[in-house]
Structures are given as C-alpha cells and as structure tokens.
Design a protein around this ligand. Structure first.
Ligand SMILES: [Fe+2]
Length: 257
C-alpha cells in the first residue's frame, strides 16, 4: 500500500542529497567512494552512530521548537539508555575505586503552571570515571551509575552518584575515520542524562552539563547543550551538587472518534 508520508520524506531526503551533489560538484569517483563508505559503515554496525552523530540533534531541535513556553528543553537520548533498571533510593551503585567526586543530583519536577509533580519517574544515567556506561561496556553491571527514582509529595528527587567525565564516542571504526578526515574530534562534554515520565505528560529526555567543562562549547555530536542546563560546579559538604528543576509538558489530548 502506498504511504504518502514515506514518499514525502524520502523524496525530500533525495532532493537534499541531489542539492549537495550539484552544489559541491561531486565527481563520479567521490560518489563511488561515498557508496563504498556507506557499505563499510553498514558492515561495521556503526550506522546508528553515524546517523545519530549528524541528525539526532536536529530531531531534538524540532521537538524544542514545538514546546510550550517554560517547558524544559530536550536533548539527545544517546545510545546508552536502558529501560529496565532498578528503582533506587538515595544512592546509585558506584565503582569502589571511583576517583571522581561524589555528585548529588536533586531538584523538582513541575508542570507548565509551576505545580510540583509527585510520583514522576526520573531515570538518571551517566558515565564511569573512564567514560563507560553500566550495562553497555566491559560487562559493567547495568545498575552502575544509573537507576530510576520517584518524586516525593513535593515533586522532588534526590540521589547520589559520582561526577562523570568527558568521553569519546567510538572512534576506531569508520565513523571515527570520517571525523578525523573532516578535521573534527570525537569528544562529548561530561554530562548526566535524565528521562522524566508522568502519566498525562510528554516524556522529557535531556542532559545536564557542567559550566566551564571541556567540550561544553564544542560537542562532537553537535549537541543542543541548553544554556539553562549548563550548571556551575557547586560544592556542598564535599559533594558536587547538580540542582536541576524540570518542567514537563502536558500530553496533547487526542480527540475521540
Ligand atoms: Fe552520555
């Protein structure tokens, strides 16, 4: 069955590529080299990485442009979110030999009118001191530096973890080779991922960064890095504190037939 949306989107993509070919006067040799590169990407399993690298931030920008005023900006989910993680209470699992400072994540989840949202689910996840993710790399347990919390009666969440570090995206395969050829680096700034859910509200997926940190102004993934989510490094009782409030958007009600 014909799908008009597929026709619309695919035709627009092809026209975009045609425009680039004409504008940059791409030669037949370059065209063949491009095809060979795409075959190599597919064989290496790095196709999602390549597409996310260049396009994920555009999808996120589209979401943010449609946000109601005051709603917190979205950011890329990245490839390391895990749905099935334990509910945690106050402390994420950390490595015994972690050499990074303790990190306290806390804040309030609110609706667009400023009302706190009790019972919201807040997923948090971040990297180890060497830029790896639990449940993804090196057979690290999946609840390492990640978990889900539920906001209390005042809409607040609070959990302790460790300060993450900047890390490089996979850079030894064809995606890394392409970035090197383009004169780009493969580093992301240190960040904490959040995903917030509550019945009746749109899911919010975003990231929070550390002011003054390496690559905050130069994310290899062309990240969104919303200014309100670049937080100064505040210390309390030997811990770095990320005090971050989020405002989520009410779900659009669909008209019943
Ligand atoms: Fe990440």
């Amino acid at each position: 069955m014909a799908n008009n949306r597929a026709d619309e989107v695919v035709s627009a993509i092809v026209e975009g590529v045609r425009h680039a070919v004409r504008e940059k006067d791409v030669t037949f040799e370059e065209y063949r080299a491009g095809i060979a590169y795409l075959m190599k990407i597919a064989q290496s399993g790095e196709l999602p990485l390549l597409v996310d690298l260049f396009l994920n931030s555009t999808i996120v920008s589209n979401i943010n442009e449609k946000n109601a005023p005051g709603v917190s900006p979205s950011d890329m989910e990245g490839p390391y979110f895990i749905e099935d993680v334990p509910e945690v209470d106050g402390q994420l699992k950390v490595l015994d030999d972690d050499r990074c400072d303790p990190l306290l994540l806390r804040g309030t989840i609110r609706d667009q009118d400023g009302n706190p949202l009790p019972g919201a689910t807040v997923f948090v996840w971040s990297s180890t001191h060497d830029g790896k993710y639990g449940g993804i790399h090196d057979e690290l347990p999946k609840d390492l530096y990640r978990g889900k919390l539920t906001t209390d009666s005042a809409g607040r969440y609070e959990v302790e973890s460790r300060v993450p570090v900047p890390y490089t995206i996979p850079n030894t395969g064809p995606v890394g080779a392409l970035l090197e050829m383009m004169g780009r680096h493969t580093w992301r700034p240190a960040h904490v991922h959040y995903k917030i859910r509550h019945d009746g509200f749109q899911e919010l997926t975003t990231q929070v960064y550390f002011e003054g940190g390496d690559y905050v102004e130069d994310d290899c993934c062309e990240g969104i890095v919303p200014p309100e989510f670049v937080k100064p490094v505040i210390r309390e009782n030997g811990k770095v504190v990320l005090d971050v409030d989020f405002t989520v958007q009410r779900a659009v009600e669909t008209a019943s037939a």
